[in-house]
Write a protein that binds this ligand. Sequence first.
Ligand SMILES: [Zn+2]
Length: 297
Amino acid sequence: MKQKAMTKKVEVCPICSSEQSSLHINTRDYFYSKDAFSISKCQECGFLYTNPIPLNAGKYYETDEYLSHNTSSGGLISKVYSLLRKINIARKYKLVSQNSSGKTILDVGCGTGELLRYFKEKGWTTTGIEPNEKARNLAIKNSGGSVYEESYIDKLTPHSFDIITLWHVLEHVEDLNKRMVELKGLLKSGGAIIFALPNISSPDAVKYGQFWAGLDVPRHLYHFNESSFKKLVNKHGLKLTSAIPMKLDSYYVSMLSEKYMGNTLNIPAAFLNGAISNIKARKNNNYSSMIFVVRNI
Ligand SMILES: [Zn+2]
């Protein structure tokens, strides 16, 4: 990418609407464009958000490498990611089943649809939303249809899902509050929403600072921890009912973060730092990535 990206300033905090913010950290899109971005901290509620954000966010996803996050092709990091994802799918199935009173699932940001395929094979009714056209077409093939582009979320039947999942997706959604309202409206009475998010307060986030792969600017617009996420869901009349660690994520995130620091494929360091992060995180359930289960109050 040769041209400097056009950006727009975020005027108010997406959670509390305060106009007062300060610079939290300067970082870069180490994954793709190498463009510089900053993260602001709301002076009122402490929420961390990417600011400014690109006017054309789409171009930051226009890399086959980003799609290879979702396929088994590509380099060693993609292969490790793919292996971890296979382990994760079975775990996610267990978690979703435990938190759902029925078998109707909506997966928002379903990628290439492997999770939906797994659920479908277990007898669930599956629906997916995926903005990336290439990924969406693969998801349709993988899960046997019912996968739509992002704008279709408005057209889904209100109160029709027992469970809605967003695995590392909410941090990408520009109109955060609109999306929260939509999700709540799609949930059946007694249903649950499951969010997986990188945790900006985790020990590996603190260790790697501006190189922490969980920042992933400008694709990640928000940088949650349990406290800020709780404020967001409470604002929307929802309740956080459990916070579950994703212990494998610290290894993958540490490996990418080492790469961003210039230590390409420093697997021993990444493994050690991933393990250290998980040990430190035990103290206050503050892991590299967290799964939050949310319900109607
Ligand atoms: Zn705020």
